[in-house]
Every structure is written in structure tokens, then in C-alpha cells.
Design a protein around this ligand. Sequence first.
Ligand code: PHE
Length: 486
Amino acid sequence: MTARQQPKNLWIGRWGFVLAATGSAVGLGNIWKFPYMTGEYGGGAFVLVYLACILCIGIPAMMTEIAFGRRGRGSPIDAVKRVAQESGRGKIWSGFGWMSMLAGFMILSFYVVVAGWSLAYLWKAISGGLQGGSVEDMAAIFGANNANPLTLGAWSTLVTVVTMFIVGKGVQEGIERSMRWMMPGMVLLLLAMIVYAMFSGGFGEAVTFLFSFEVGKLSSAGLLAAMGHAFFTLSLSAGAIMAYGAYLPDSKSIARTTFTVAICDTLIALMAGLAIFPAIFANGMDPASGPGLIFMSLPLAFQQMPLGNVLQVIFFVMLSVAALTSAVSMIEATVAWLTERKGMSRKRAAWSSGIVLWLLSTLAMLSFNLGADWTLAGKTVFDWLDYLTSRWMMPLGGLGLCLMAGFLLRDEIFRDELRLSRRQHALWLLMVRYVSPLGIVLIFIDALGVMSIDIGSQWPWFLAVLVAITVLGEMLSPRVRRQLVG
Ligand code: PHE
């Protein structure tokens, strides 16, 4: 048997983990990023590859992360270290735990700025500050919102304070409890918007846009973006899911919970599309208007609609809640680590990490005003935080964990944790050994710009490479395994 750690905290409710992990997964990624990426990369074609990425890369990677967390029963750093040690591996492998924790922290530092926009817009929606007749007017409002570091900073500070307050209250009392009303509340608001959209025009067009799968429209940039986004939207390689997994009771099935979370996350992203695009189409606007979609085009569209003001308030409440439930999960790894290793109380751990976070997020916030020209290679602090985490740290962490689980660590650990049938286990292994790694390597090749990838015409090659690597890997792997694991 294994030398497993005794869990200190466990989710209490039947849905504790699912609620918290879905809360983490569903966030700005679903409501802000997914719709604008779908708009930019051509609608249905993008949606289709996104779904494929969630299935082939996201789900196996999430199962792996939860297995690490539950087996190691600790913050990601300790969890990875313990699981590695159980296979006779050195401490060095906990480096992937460190990277995840750091990635979560860095993401949070710019996430609170975007969440701050959401709160600022909620306030504007309530107080009637979102009036204007053209996209230019709305762009001016967005610009003015960002120009003043004091107000912009105040909004992101507010997000930070609320996040730390919830996390400081503890896993069950703070996180689980708040998720119980925030998640259903958010879904209800989203449903209300969809029902409204069904009766107010543009709905048919939105459905066609999202679900007409025209493969020809797919670009490689779209495919790579979909892959990267699969990690971001499922909160992978950022410490969050692993930290939450550490509180998962032994009796729960990792596969079932993973599928539930991934399906909810995907449904909510699609629902967000169905809530947002009808308003855009009904007003004859361009779905491909980029990151400004929900802060500029959408408020403008709402103005033209009956009850638009009410709808606008609903929308920004929902966005803020979604952002908050994700923010909470990004700092959990750090807080868990501080309490375990430095013996701090949860409150103390939350507030001290909150202060460091606040400093970093202030730098990110200043990228929109005073620090707009503090750039390196053309990127502001905000851009760098986003780029480093989503283009490098998350994929690298995902790659590391998948390869560790696939090749380096004892397979019994994962058999024990995942409890899949033989066939399912073999399929999971195939994904973490070959399919996810190859996908991730493509993201790196693209980020490095060493080779131009055109998946549209080169896909037979990629498929051939995947098959070749798999066959070769499986021929070699018993030997490799014997050597590595002993
Ligand atoms: N999944 C969240 C979203 O879609 C973002 C996130 C990333 C949350 C990493 C936690 C960790 O917005």
C-alpha cells in the first residue's frame, strides 16, 4: 500500500469539488475570451476544434492533475514532490508544482485587472454611464475607464480584497460555501439572457455562426489558440485544479468529476456565445471585434434593445461572479503552501499573499495608463504576464505533468487514483504520452516562430508524426520504463 498523506481539508458537500472546480474553470475565459476568439477565428470551425482539444488534451490533463493532487494531498509543490518520491524520484520534480503555483499567481495578477473592468462596467451600467451612439463612443468610455490609475486600481484592489476574504475563510467555510450560491446564480443569469435573446432577434444567426462547422474556415492560428485556450479555460497547470484535487474525498471518481466539470465549462462557454452574439448580430455589428467585444460592442448593442439596461446589469453581475470564483482558485495553491510549509493560519496566508499580489497587479494595471510605455519587446507588463503564463508556463506545466504521469512515475499510482477500466486506462495513457505532448509542442513551435505551421494543409503530416511517435514510443517504452522506474 502507499504512504498516503491524511487529508486535512475535504469538500463536505456531495457537489463540493464539482462546484468549486467548475467555479474555477468558468470565468473570464468563458464569457470574455471564448466569444471573442470564436468571433475572430471564424465561428463554428473554431468551436469544433476547441471541443476536440477539450476532449483530447484538456480532459486527460485534468484527470492527471486531480490524481496528482489527491495522491499527494497537499499544495501542488508538495503533491508533485510526494507523488514523485513514491515512485523513487527526486525532489527536483516538484519544480512543476512550483511552476503551476507561480503561474496561478501571475495569472491572478492580471485577471484582477480584467475583473476590475467588469465591476467598473457594472457600476457604469447601474449609474447610466454606458451611453453612446457609436463604437467610437464606447471605445472612448473604455479608454477613459483605463486612463485613471486611481479608479482603475481601486476596482482591481476591490477584487483582490474580496478574493482574499473568501480564501482566508477556508476551504469549506469560504470557498465551498460561496460557490453554492454563486454558481447557480450565475447560470440563472445566463439563462435569463439566452431566453431574452431567443425572442429578440439575431438568435438564429448566432446559432448558425457558432455551430456551422465549416472546416475550410479553420486557420492554424485558430487551432493553436484553441489548444492554448483549452488549458486556460479548464484552469489547468495553474495550481488551481491540483490544489482543489487535494481536498477530493477518496470515494469520488476522478474521471466522472472531470467529465462533469469539463462539460459544464464547455456548456457555459457555448451559452455565453448564445447570450452575446444575438445582440451583436441583431444590431448588425462585427462579431470579430476582438477583446473589446463585451466591453464595447455589447454595451452598444444593449442600448438598442428594450430592457437593455436591465440586461446589461445582469450581464456584468454574472461576469463579475464568474471572475471571482476563478480568482479564488488561482490563489488557493499559494495559500495552501503557506499554511502547510510556513505554518501560517489561513487568514494570515491569504492576506500576506494578497499584499504581494496587489503589488504585482498594480504594475499590470498601470500598463493601461502611466506605464503604457514601460515595454519590453513591445509588450507591456500586462501583456507579458498574459503571454508568459498562457503561451509558456501553462503548456510547459501541462507537458511536464503528462510526461511524468505517462512515462516516469509508477503506473499503479494512476491506476489506483483514476480507477479506469483497462481499455480506458490505455486510452488515457495514449493521450498523456503522445497526443497532449505533441499538441503542446506545436504550441511552442508556434510561439517560438521557428517554423510556420499550416495545419490546414499539413495535417496528414502531423497525423503521420503522431502515429510514428506513438509506435516508436510504445516499442521503446517497456525498456525505458524498466530503466527509469527500475
Ligand atoms: N479557467 C479560468 C477562466 O476560464 C481561468 C483560470 C486559469 C482559473 C487558471 C484558474 C487557473 O477564466
